[in-house]
Ligand binder design. Structure first.
Ligand SMILES: *Cc1c(COP(=O)(O)O)cnc(C)c1O
Length: 369
């Protein structure tokens, strides 16, 4: 293929940011402030402002942001935490890492996000928290989940790893729970050139606790009040993220533009384009369609035409080998299991060339005819 269609192309954007980032790195070097320096502090303030929260705390990656949020909210051994089986493993892995038990609820077939009715059915007297995941960039039904949380006094930790900038009812994700958890893994909507993560919260107590946990449980140099860890956002990544945050609205608009083109071109075929709930704005970290019949053949036809796709996700977490001890069975969460057979994620990124969108749509339309 002379003109390969990438699933995601990070190189064009690097070219556009390179000079500005390198200048910021040189400035950091000249100051000699490499850990928890001015870039991290400034980025935390700018990030909190964007999301509309009181505090933002930079950490080493998105997985740690979930772990430290759970710890700061007091979730631990003996506790149950309800989450979705239709997500990247880190969402539930973090619950295990703090010693709690993940409890999987089923999902809504239109948005791929947690079904509040299924969540309500799984609340027990050991349930302490809900981890809604705004999967692919589609916000969860936060008003229904918030209502369940209030009724049963549960903490809510939003997993916003794939949904930076998505909104529901005019509120930005990461501002609606007790804590919001973000990843800056390079493929995310706001990605850096390495690992990074952020926790958002309106709670002064959570803010203070997370700041302590990310830095060895220290309240001041060499004075430790608890066992924490080393999980800090890197100063050089924070310098890049400050630059990218200033342009992120255009990036999200670019993703939405590709999604609108796909929606328009693929309507009327045998596939189901992603829906957006009323009052919500999708961030399209991924553009995931459902192909009720013949998904694997369509995927092969696209591969033969030089078009990469991804299966997000090929298996519900409840059926993964690691969770055999939790005793779920095929059929336990039927909507999730059906969608694992039907999903197909298409190439999408800001600046994706029109001719590549054309090729994806033509190959897919042909495969489904
Ligand atoms: C990427 C991702 C994470 C983990 O983020 P890392 O920065 O890779 O640790 C957590 N949850 C979801 C839904 C993700 O997509």
């Amino acid at each position: 293929m002379t003109d390969p269609v990438p699933f995601l192309d990070l190189t064009a954007q690097f070219g556009a940011l390179e000079a500005e980032w390198l200048a910021a790195i040189r400035e950091t070097g000249a100051k000699g402030s490499f850990i928890l320096g001015p870039n991290v502090a400034d980025f935390e303030r700018e990030f909190a402002e964007y999301v509309g929260v009181k505090h933002a705390i930079g950490v080493a990656n998105g997985t740690d942001s979930l772990i430290l949020s759970l710890r700061a909210l007091g979730i631990g051994p003996g506790d149950e935490v309800i989450t979705t089986p239709y997500t990247f493993f880190a969402s539930s892995e973090a619950i295990d890492v703090v010693g709690a038990t993940p409890v999987f609820a089923d999902i809504d077939p239109a948005s791929f996000t947690l079904d509040p009715k299924s969540v309500a059915e799984r609340v027990t007297d050991r349930t302490r928290a809900i981890v809604p995941v705004h999967i692919f960039g589609h916000p969860c039904d936060m008003s229904a989940l918030g209502e369940i949380a209030r009724r049963h006094k549960l903490a809510v930790i939003e997993d916003c790893a794939q949904s930076f900038g998505a909104t529901v009812g005019g509120r930005v994700v990461g501002s609606m729970g007790d804590a919001g958890s973000f990843s800056f893994y390079p493929t995310k909507v706001l990605g850096c050139y390495g690992d990074g993560g952020m926790i958002t919260t309106n709670s002064d107590a959570v803010n203070e606790h997370v700041r302590r946990l990310r830095n060895h449980g220290a309240v001041k140099p060499f004075i430790h009040v608890e066992v924490g860890c080393n999980s800090r956002l890197d100063e050089i990544q924070a310098a890049l993220l400050r630059i990218k945050l200033r342009r992120v609205r255009a990036d999200i608009d670019g993703r939405r533009g590709v999604a609108r083109a796909y929606d328009r071109r693929l309507a009327g075929t045998a596939l189901v384009v992603p829906a957006t709930a009323a009052g919500a704005e999708h961030a399209y970290n991924l553009y995931t369609v459902r192909i009720p019949r013949g998904r694997d053949a369509a995927r092969q036809a696209l591969a033969d035409a030089g078009i990469p796709t991804a299966l997000c996700y090929p298996q519900g977490l409840h059926l993964q080998e690691v969770y055999r001890r939790l005793d779920y069975r095929p059929g336990s969460l039927p909507v999730c299991e059906r969608l694992t057979e039907e999903n197909l994620s298409l190439p999408i990124y800001p600046g994706m060339p029109e001719r590549h969108i054309d090729r994806v749509c033509e190959a897919l339309t042909r495969a489904l005819a």
